[in-house]
Write a protein that binds this ligand. Structure first.
Ligand SMILES: [Zn+2]
Length: 113
């Protein structure tokens, strides 16, 4: 079974693949293979410490005591955080924690509830 596309220039069926290119031997036209379409929603996939996929609006529990940078506060293990928002970066969860305020957490230290 041939699944190679016809040459878009001359319509030849004798195209062949080379690396990520298609080549037409008849008119010497070369073109790149069609790129795999990117998902429109290209938000990063974020999973918790146990591999559960997290989504905006989820409630998570902190599974490790976490120091709050620049303060003496500690987010205790077991702290529930509601309505998280996923963001890009090292700290990929944007959230607000009661008594502490707006925070960014790492998904590896949380568990989906
Ligand atoms: Zn051609």
């Amino acid at each position: 079974m041939r699944d190679l596309p016809k040459c878009p220039e001359c319509g030849s069926e004798y195209t062949y693949e080379q690396g990520n290119m298609y080549i037409c031997p008849e008119c010497a036209h070369e073109w790149t293979k069609q790129a795999i379409p990117e998902p429109i929603d290209n938000k990063p996939v974020v999973s918790d410490a146990f591999g559960n996929i997290l989504q905006d609006g989820d409630t998570i529990t902190v599974i490790k005591d976490l120091k709050v940078k620049g303060s003496s506060s500690v987010i205790k293990v077991g702290t529930k955080v509601k309505n998280i928002r996923l963001v890009e970066g090292d700290h990929n969860i944007d959230c607000k924690i009661d008594g502490i305020g707006a925070m960014k957490l790492k998904s590896e230290f949380v568990k989906k509830t």
